[in-house]
Write a protein that binds this ligand. Structure first.
Ligand code: SAM
Length: 216
């Protein structure tokens, strides 16, 4: 099997650290996860490009920098319980699992959920739990979460997800009135029914489809 460790180190230096991601937790996680394993067979050679890549079913593996940026925005110190909506191929779940204690990740497309689960098992990420379903409704049996990250763009912040945060918990999600261009926002639950919202950066994600997202 090809050795991508040099490409991975270069990705962390040139695409991520050079653009301002400072968290050592995040940089170390990005150094560890073998991104090539999350691409479809024969596509591993594209794994360290500075761009999203197709993974089938019209979906993508996110650009490495945006995975690092969103992970840093969650402000994880280690040991947290995290929910990810939009497993895709499972790459970002693996990055989160390098830092957090447990990662719960939901994907609406069954085929992708199955593939992601297989790869994560093969790589030994037994702290990642994959479920197929509509992530806009969250994972009520496992709530509440220290952090929630949504890797698809919705029209608004799903109220259900906000209420699955612990007090002090952070939700990072792309939001926008167009289903393809969004603003990345961070919502912090500061009290039982009090939330603070910050605008982060403009982003471009595939649509979040579901009961509290876009119609399919
Ligand atoms: N996290 C992925 C990674 O590691 O690269 C990127 C995922 S891709 C950009 C977004 C994913 O969100 C797609 O696989 C899509 O099927 C999924 N998705 C869209 N709406 C969803 C929903 N309501 N619940 C769960 N997954 C959803």
């Amino acid at each position: 099997m090809a050795d991508y460790s040099t490409s991975r180190e270069r990705m962390v230096r040139r695409q991520i650290a050079a653009r301002g991601v400072r968290s050592e937790n995040v940089l170390d996680a990005m150094r560890k996860v073998p991104r090539e394993r999350f691409l479809p067979k024969g596509q591993g050679v594209w794994a360290y490009e500075d761009a999203p890549q197709p993974i089938g079913d019209g979906q993508t593996i996110s650009q490495p920098y945006i995975v690092a940026y969103m992970t840093e925005a969650l402000d994880l110190e280690g040991g947290e319980k995290v929910l990810e909506i939009g497993t895709g191929c499972g790459y970002a779940a693996a990055v989160l699992a390098e830092i957090a204690a447990d990662v719960y990740t939901m994907e609406r497309i069954e085929g992708l959920a199955t593939i992601a689960s297989t790869v994560l098992d093969e790589l030994g990420y037994d702290n990642v739990h994959v479920r197929q379903g509509d992530g806009t409704l969250g994972w009520p049996e496992e709530a509440s979460f220290d952090a929630i990250v949504v890797t698809a763009g919705g029209p608004d912040v799903p109220g259900t997800l906000k209420h699955q945060l612990k007090i002090g918990g952070r939700l990072v999600i792309p939001v926008g009135k167009s289903s393809w261009y969004q603003q990345l926002v961070r919502v912090t639950r500061v009290a039982e029914s009090e939330f603070e919202t910050e605008d982060l950066v403009p982003v471009r994600f595939v649509p979040l489809i579901g009961e509290e997202g876009w119609d399919s």
